[in-house]
Design a protein around this ligand. Structure first.
Ligand code: HEM
Length: 431
């Protein structure tokens, strides 16, 4: 790569660190977003070279991310872990995985394998099928809102509210019993929060490669649980997602255990963490913009717009990663086979060329072509579930919520892949 690198491509170290290092995201408003704005203005597709990481291209423009995602032959998902891993982590994984990929799951695959495996559940995730669950999901939303409004007025909206409803929804659809939900939540927070003081494992020592050691150990914990779940659903199939995956046949054969586990982990983790963060972000913005809360309370047809604007605003998936498969040119830069590219969705979602007033939260924004769910063949399979459950929650909550006030600033998880607020103290005022 180095012989193809020109000095104009190089990104200043402080900017690169603000975008790449997990710790920066604990101050994402102060550090990461300004760095992304700088990159869009000054070096929209540049090369970051910081200590401990291989040189990495940072894609910050909406149009560039679309183009990269449209071209999986050149920008592959199947050649490395689909998120940024430091050098020590890569070395650790190489040995720990015996050269194989870390997980047999969609985000690690290219076509034709990806297409076959995605098709196992793509029908289930279609809007028409997901809508059949609307009444069951509404019941969960009501229970969650009842609990919030019956309790204390001063709450931490993340820890006391937002974390639980998306967890209940996805575990109900998936087929994990309620008594196991706290364990699923804990494992998810440990998986995505390997770099955060509050969620990292205490059985993995700090130091080189620690984050990937913790990642791998947490995957093993998930797999132990899921081995039993899939065995049970093969014997006693139900209409839940766990049964569909456990009993699916691809090319006439059941999926190997590692593929079933890979699917289960993706659904059991990506399925709620992201949605919780988006709900917390929406509530924070209603506290900051009470007039927008009044507007949507007066006109509930604005609720789908709230969902999209919260997705744009929060962008709970901070990036996915691609590997260049052959020497190529992109945005005037020379890329070499093996180079890594970070697709920075939060940056696409504040791109001045696509969004007017991108740094304003506006529930009436139209159109709202955010990329919070990505794009192309890997676009989020759970997007219709996520949108439906958020719409239903807001339909149940907003008519009963007169006002919400911030009692402090939000705190954010120190993680650069999936992350969002971990604490948000508010006062809620029911109608
Ligand atoms: C606010 C909620 C969510 C957001 C913002 C989100 C975002 C994303 C993004 C950005 C991707 C990668 C897209 C790409 O590479 O172009 C993705 C993939 C994925 N998401 Fe979601 N997601 C959400 C909810 C869910 C839910 C509810 C589920 C499951 C029930 C889910 C399961 C998955 C899976 C399995 C993939 C991998 C798809 C593939 O590689 O083909 N996500 N999601």
């Amino acid at each position: 790569m180095t012989e193809t690198t020109t000095d104009t491509a190089k990104i200043p170290k402080d900017i690169a660190e603000a975008v790449m290092l997990p710790a920066s995201y604990s101050e994402e408003q102060k550090r990461t977003y300004p760095a992304l704005a700088w990159l869009r203005a000054n070096n929209p597709f540049g090369l970051a070279e910081i200590e401990g990481y291989d040189p990495t291209w940072l894609a910050t423009k909406h149009a560039d991310i679309l183009e990269i995602e449209r071209n999986p032959k050149i920008f592959s998902s199947g050649n490395a872990d689909p998120f940024l891993v430091d050098k020590a982590g890569r070395e650790y994984l190489k040995t720990a995985n015996n050269g194989a990929r870390t997980q047999d799951t969609l985000a690690y695959m290219d076509a034709p394998e990806h297409t076959k495996i995605k098709n196992v559940t793509s029908g289930w995730f279609m809007p028409a099928n997901v809508r059949k669950r609307e009444e069951a999901i509404r019941q969960l939303a009501r229970t969650s809102v009842d609990k919030l409004l019956a309790g204390e007025r001063e709450v931490d909206i993340v820890k006391d509210f937002s974390l639980y409803y998306p967890l209940r929804v996805i575990m109900t659809l998936f087929g994990v019993p309620p008594e196991d939900e706290p364990m699923m939540l804990n494992l998810t927070q440990t998986l995505f929060g390997t770099t955060d003081e509050d969620s990292k494992r205490d059985d993995v020592e700090d130091g080189e490669g620690a984050s990937m050691k913790a990642w791998k150990a947490t995957l093993q914990d998930f797999f132990r649980y899921f081995n039993e779940l899939s065995a049970d659903r093969r014997k006693n199939p139900t209409d839940d997602l766990a049964s569909i995956i456990a009993n699916a046949k691809v090319d006439g054969e059941h999926l190997p255990e590692s593929f079933v586990n890979g699917y289960y982990v993706a659904i059991a983790t990506a399925g709620h963490d992201t949605t919780s963060s988006t709900i917390s972000g929406a509530i924070e913005q209603f506290a900051r913009h009470p007039e927008q809360l009044d507007a949507v309370r007066a006109d509930p047809s604005l609720i789908p717009g709230v969902v999209d604007e919260a997705l744009r605003w929060v962008s709970p998936v901070k990036h996915f990663f691609r590997i260049v498969t052959e020497d190529t040119e992109f945005r005037g830069r020379k890329l070499s086979a093996g180079d890594g590219v970070m697709l920075l969705y939060p940056s696409a979602n504040r791109d001045e060329e696509v969004f007017e007033r991108p740094n304003e939260f506006d529930i009436t924004r139209k159109p709202n072509k955010h990329l919070a769910f990505g794009f192309g063949p890997h676009q989020c399979i759970g997007q219709h579930v996520a949108k439906l459950e958020m719409r239903i929650l807001l339909e149940e909550l907003l008519p009963r919520l007169a006002k919400v006030e911030l009692l402090g600033e939000p705190q954010f998880v120190a993680a650069n892949f999936l992350s969002g607020p971990k604490s948000l103290p508010v006062r809620i005022m029911p109608v």
